[in-house]
Design a protein around this ligand. Sequence first.
Ligand code: ATP
Length: 354
Amino acid sequence: MAFLELIGLTKKFGDAAAVSKVDLAVEQGQFVCLLGPSGCGKTTTLRLIAGFLTPDGGEIRVGGRVLSRAGSSEPPERRNMSMIFQSYALWPHMTVFENVAYGLRLRRLPKTEIQSRTDTILAVTKLHMLRDRYPGELSGGQQQRVSLARALVVKPETLLLDEPLSNLDANLREEMRIEIRNLHDQFRYTTVYVTHDQTEAMTTADLVVVMNQGGIDQAGSPEDIYKRPASEFVARFIGGTNILRGIRMGNDAVKCANGLVLRCDSGDFAAAGETAVSVRHHDIELKAERPPGDTNVVSGTVARQIYLGSHRDYLVEIEGGEKIRAVAPVSVDMPTGKSVWLYLAPEHCRALAR
Ligand code: ATP
């Protein structure tokens, strides 16, 4: 039995389902990211887990105990969970120390315990030097650190984070996500983290849950999701990819309208008829001469080339008019208008039936 279970979880606003029949099992101590585009239901799922919303269908269980089901929901304060918001939600009239200690005061713990637990967490989150400042006297990153300290001081079993870094600049975001993962590893609570940023999800999570239109398209390790996307949506959302369409040929190939036959070493060939094939930009080889072999090779013309320091980004128009994006080493320098060959190796071609 998993620690946190969502079973057929459904939430509607009016007639529209924001979350629809979601099933998810999270192990104790796991770091899970709910990842997906705006409006796909991530925040609603998180708020259901926190107990701020009551589901219309399905259940939420923690340690086998039902916390939410249709029409009834244990309130947030009775769940051993802390939530962190994008807006930090700090008390402006309280110092850093008072903000962090607030949750312990509410629990009426002895003064000495409040003092020592708050001191410890301020040290862990590198806030001890700022303990007497007010939120208005802190940078965005420092404020987010205070909200982390405040969430952790109550020793939650589960930490819920809703886009916690979206107000920070790129460098600070990178630093903070490493810190959030380090704190998770140090205290081993279960983390559910909502983000629309795939890099954030890939660098922090043990389990990435890709959501699409209120449901889960795929849940897996970052490597699974990247290397073995289960749907066209996941392939496109995680990393740059080309999607080519064709008709299935035998058990391992797809024939595109322009005659290009793509042998695919992986994917789903279960469905007959039209199949999409995903090939990542950086897995395509760009060549001046025709590579050997009858399959996975197509000719084209360079439509655009951008020099990006560490690589060149190409757009190649292939036979039939379709455009393929390919990332090549800087040493592969083909000018716009040049005739080229593309090799899409079978080990990088993944058939997607859905
Ligand atoms: P974002 O990344 O933009 O925050 P999200 O994936 O977190 O998006 P949700 O906030 O869960 O998405 O919203 C899912 C859907 O439910 C959206 O279509 C949204 O408009 C709708 N929705 C969310 N909250 C409410 C509400 N209180 N009333 C009506 N509709 C809502």
